[in-house]
Design a protein around this ligand. Structure first.
Ligand code: KG4
Ligand code: ZN
Length: 344
């Protein structure tokens, strides 16, 4: 089954053709992120205007480089929520139009289900359920127990900032460019991560949720109250210590969830923040009893291939909506079906 995936939830215009949820035949992405570096964040109106310009050229390139034609495409998967509404409307309008003109089914995909599916892209050994998936990006931080692609339950999610936002806001306080995650991570690479200590969030509460706003405030006060001038070495030490605090909080939730669900066979870490090397090394160190997977780096951040993969798995598990009658929404929760549901 060939699925065309369209992702336009934030600054990217990304289109991909994927066979059977794993084999990526093409992936074309245009991003307006560099325009926003100087502005310190994405300007929704501007992002949507760029996506309007790029949608058709990127779509054309993705189909041509897949070495297939529209006749070979079996379904069109598109991100319908959550994200910037104007941006989502560019992708979903394009998908609806293609569905009508090509007479193909359209599968509306929740953006997070796309991230959850990204670990299947270009894998040769198929992941085995049940799986714990930590999904961490600029927009969400969730931990899931999954019994199939579309079944399972949400174990915890953030009560304030997302992990990616914690990286981005911390980076901004350290005068690094937007989006700060990769820059902070690079700066942290040369620092001493035990130089400063941060209190672990929600450590006194019975919860599996995440919270990052306290870490952000601690960083703000640490910088404000520093007695010495901030040399490059001190900035690196602060970045490394702050990064470690975020990673500890995330990995602690994974180890707790493995205690709750000892039957779990694999742990997956997905989303933009899963590109973070320290998060990966800490997960490897603390979760040595199970198989760990991350998406390839190009599939960590937003891309059309993960949406095509999710659309394929939804179709396989008979969850597709095969018409253009769906609502594009800025915010909607991902609901997995009951954890007893078995994949076909
Ligand atoms: O999944 P994604 O591309 O978009 C959303 O769905 O939000 O994630 C983007 C987020 C940004 O906050 C970015 O700073 C963060 O992922 N990120 C990183 C790294 N690479 C991207 N955070 C920490 N370390 C990285 N290497
Ligand atoms: Zn994302």
């Amino acid at each position: 089954m060939l699925v065309l995936g369209i992702e336009t939830s934030c600054d990217e215009t990304s289109v991909s053709v994927v066979r059977n949820g794993t084999e990526v035949l093409s992936l074309e992405t245009a991003s307006s992120l560099s325009e926003f570096a100087a502005l310190g964040g994405v300007v929704p109106e501007l992002a949507a205007r760029r996506q309007l310009e790029w949608m058709i050229p990127v779509l054309g390139r993705a189909i041509v480089s897949s070495k297939h034609t529209s006749k070979d495409i079996d379904a069109i998967a598109v991100t319908y929520t959550p994200g910037l509404l104007g941006s989502l409307l560019v992708g979903t309008t394009c998908a609806r139009a293609l569905a009508c003109v090509w007479n193909k089914p359209v599968i509306p995909v929740h953006h997070t289900l796309g991230h959850l599916s990204s670990t299947w892209l270009e894998t040769t050994d198929e992941p085995q359920f049940p799986i714990i998936t930590l999904s961490v990006s600029g927009g969400h931080s969730d931990i899931w127990y999954r019994t199939s692609h579309t079944s399972g339950k949400l174990i915890g999610s953030t009560i304030d900032d997302a992990a990616g936002e914690a990286f981005d806001k911390g980076a901004s306080m350290l005068s690094l460019p937007y989006p700060g995650g990769p820059h902070l991570s690079k700066l942290a690479g040369t620092g001493n991560e035990t130089a400063y200590s941060f209190t672990r969030p929600l450590s006194k509460e019975e919860t599996m949720n995440f919270s990052f706003s306290g870490l952000k405030t601690s960083l703000k006060y640490l910088l404000r109250d520093l007695k010495e001038p901030i040399t490059d070495a001190i900035r690196s030490n602060i970045a490394a210590s702050y990064q470690l605090a975020i990673c500890y909080h995330l990995v602690h939730r994974i180890t707790e969830s493995l205690t709750m669900y000892p039957q779990v066979k694999e742990v997956h870490v997905v989303g933009g923040v899963s590109a973070n090397k320290r998060l990966r090394s800490l997960t490897e160190q603390k979760c040595s009893s199970v198989k760990l997977r991350y998406p390839q780096t190009k599939y960590c951040t937003d891309n059309g291939a993960m949406i095509a993969a999710a659309g394929f798995f939804m179709a396989q598990e008979e969850l597709e909506v095969q018409n253009t009658d769906f609502v594009t929404a800025a915010r909607e929760d991902l609901l997995l079906t009951s954890e007893n549901r078995k994949s076909k």
